[in-house]
Design a protein. Structure first.
Length: 233
């Protein structure tokens, strides 16, 4: 830990070391996101960590500059307010990288990594070099190595499928029987009836534990009587 105001007698050098370390920590986390084509990559993570570090340094500077004011003064200092506003403010940036497409939500990991690098910047800004370095290593391990476990984790897979067909009796029963035979669990269902064209649109959210089978299931559904269109994602 480094709580000294100066490094080798220089305040500017101490500030520079904190800023550089925060930029490096945010940069290495952002590089991993950049390699995976995420909207918030190297530069964004680096700037978030650097900005959080600078804000912590400014927060400390308030105390250094106004330390002479006692309890009888009208000036009240609370360095913790700056840290609290960093945590609140980073939420807006994290929300900007979260994308929802139907039942699919993307960007949560990137939003979490932005929140993390803000914490890294705060740690280095406070002179907590060792905790900041340890958190950086753990973050990289979680982003790189834990991703390798995803293929072997038996997790639910969701399939959103929409069927447009003639509004005939028994269609829904045939579809649900087909899903049951393929061991698919119906999580949600919505229907829209077009009385003018005598058509029905059925939208299903299906869950299963096996391999992806959207294309195979589409071919089976398309073979049912009266089906005009099948869409899935």
């Amino acid at each position: 830990m480094f709580f000294a105001d100066t490094l080798y007698g220089s305040y500017e050098l101490a500030v520079l070391v904190k800023l550089v370390l925060a930029a490096i920590a945010g940069g290495v986390v952002g590089l991993e996101r950049e390699k995976h084509g995420r909207p918030a990559g190297l530069r964004t993570h680096l700037l978030v960590a650097l900005g959080a570090c600078l804000m912590m340094i400014v927060s400390e500077a308030f105390q250094l500059k106004y330390a002479a004011f006692d309890t009888t003064s009208a000036v009240r200092l609370d360095p913790g307010r700056t840290a609290a506003q960093i945590i609140t403010g980073i939420g807006f940036l994290g929300a900007g990288v979260i994308i929802k497409e139907g039942i699919t939500v993307r960007g949560l990991t990137t939003a979490a990594s932005l929140w993390l690098v803000a914490g890294l910047g705060m740690a280095f800004g406070m002179g907590l070099f060792l905790p900041g370095a340890m958190a950086t290593v753990l973050a990289l391990m979680s982003l790189i190595f834990l991703k390798m476990l995803e293929p072997i984790i038996n997790k639910d897979r969701y399939l959103d499928i929409a069927v447009t067909a003639n509004n005939r009796p028994g269609l829904q029963d045939e579809l649900e029987k087909l899903f049951v035979e393929r061991r698919l669990r119906i999580t949600d269902v919505r229907s829209h009836v077009d009385l003018q064209h005598d058509e029905i649109i059925l939208e299903y959210v299906l869950t299963q534990h096996r391999r992806r089978m959207g294309r195979e299931l589409t071919d089976m559904v398309a073979g049912l009587e009266g089906v005009h269109k099948v869409r899935y994602h």
